[in-house]
Design a protein around this ligand. Structure first.
Ligand code: CP
Length: 301
């Protein structure tokens, strides 16, 4: 039975640390070729820049080849083919499937249909486990440790799948979490209940200034317009937080600003030149981490 990565909980703490170790090795030498002869399908049913292109770059740097689509408008789903049949067909062509889909649970469904390893590249508001691994790699690189950090997540904590996976994964490292959001976009209760059950401390806040100066990681997020059914609700909350350089005068020296990107208005461009901005390096780290995840799930590392 092949191993898939559907939720970050599919990896133990030891497996996460192992993948981060391999990523470091690949960052030092990114030209690897040991997946020569393999074919990996990248099926993106929802838009992406970073995730799709960093997966494709990772596959190429490992010596494998890519098939797939960046959206499903040119697939036979437009003629009525089901998602299930699409997965069955691709399973006959490839050695692994990377997939993103707007509907929660579809990566898990694919893993039940296909004998191939499946990597969830984002399913609705649910999970984005490879983003979490690259976030953790970025935290480790910038802080020197994953342990005992104050991690302040800001923005759309309701629909933002990256904060859900990251909260679960960082819970193994004695964090002090702050969840900063408007009432409409709070961290879902099920994640808070998990923290309580594990005895992990967290605070909820409304104003970004409340915990800005003692955070180690400021994890900014975009309000996920595509998940709203009522655009008036989106308009009400879309610009709740706008981080600008003049707000960073008293932050900790080691503090880094992460963002899964794309950003809209939540980080002003004047922040980009500050020593706290790390989101572009974070996106580049994604390629090394995805090389590591693919290698591990293929049984090559
Ligand atoms: N972070 C992230 O998932 O970006 P994309 O939507 O561009 O893949």
């Amino acid at each position: 039975m092949s191993k898939s990565l559907i939720s970050i909980k599919d990896f133990s703490k030891e497996e996460i640390l192992h993948v981060l170790d391999i990523a470091k090795e690949f960052e030092q030498n990114r030209e690897q070729n040991f997946l020569s002869g393999k074919v990996i399908a990248c099926l993106f049913f929802e838009p992406s820049t970073r995730t799709r292109l960093s997966f494709e770059a990772a596959i190429n740097r490992l010596g494998a080849r890519v098939i797939g689509f960046p959206d499903n408008r040119n697939t036979s789903q437009t003629k009525g083919e089901t998602f299930e049949d699409t997965i069955r067909i691709v399973s006959g062509y490839a050695d692994m499937i990377v997939m993103r889909h707007p509907t929660e649970g579809t990566a898990e469904l694919a893993s039940k249909i296909s004998p191939l390893p499946i990597i969830n590249a984002g399913d609705g508001s649910n999970q984005h486990p490879t983003q979490t691994l690259l976030d953790m790699y970025s935290i480790l690189k910038t802080q020197g440790s994953l342990d005992h950090l104050k991690i302040n997540m800001v923005g759309d904590l309701k629909y933002g799948r990256t904060v859900h996976s990251l909260t679960e994964a960082m819970s193994d490292f004695h964090p002090n979490f702050v969840f900063t959001s408007p009432d409409e976009l709070k961290m879902p209760q099920k994640y808070l209940d998990e923290l309580t059950a594990r005895g992990i401390s967290y605070q909820e806040a409304k104003a970004i200034e409340e915990h800005l100066d003692d955070s180690d990681i400021l994890y900014m997020t975009r309000v996920q317009q595509e998940r709203f059914t009522d655009m008036a609700e989106y308009e009400k909350v879309k610009d709740t937080y706008v981080l600008s350089a003049d707000m960073l005068g008293n932050v900790k020296k080691n503090m880094k600003i992460l963002h899964p990107l794309p950003r809209v208005n939540e980080i002003s461009t004047d922040v980009d030149k500050t020593p706290y901005a790390y989101y572009f390096q974070q996106a580049q780290n994604g390629m090394y981490v995805r090389m590591a995840v693919i290698s591990y799930l293929m049984g090559m590392r």
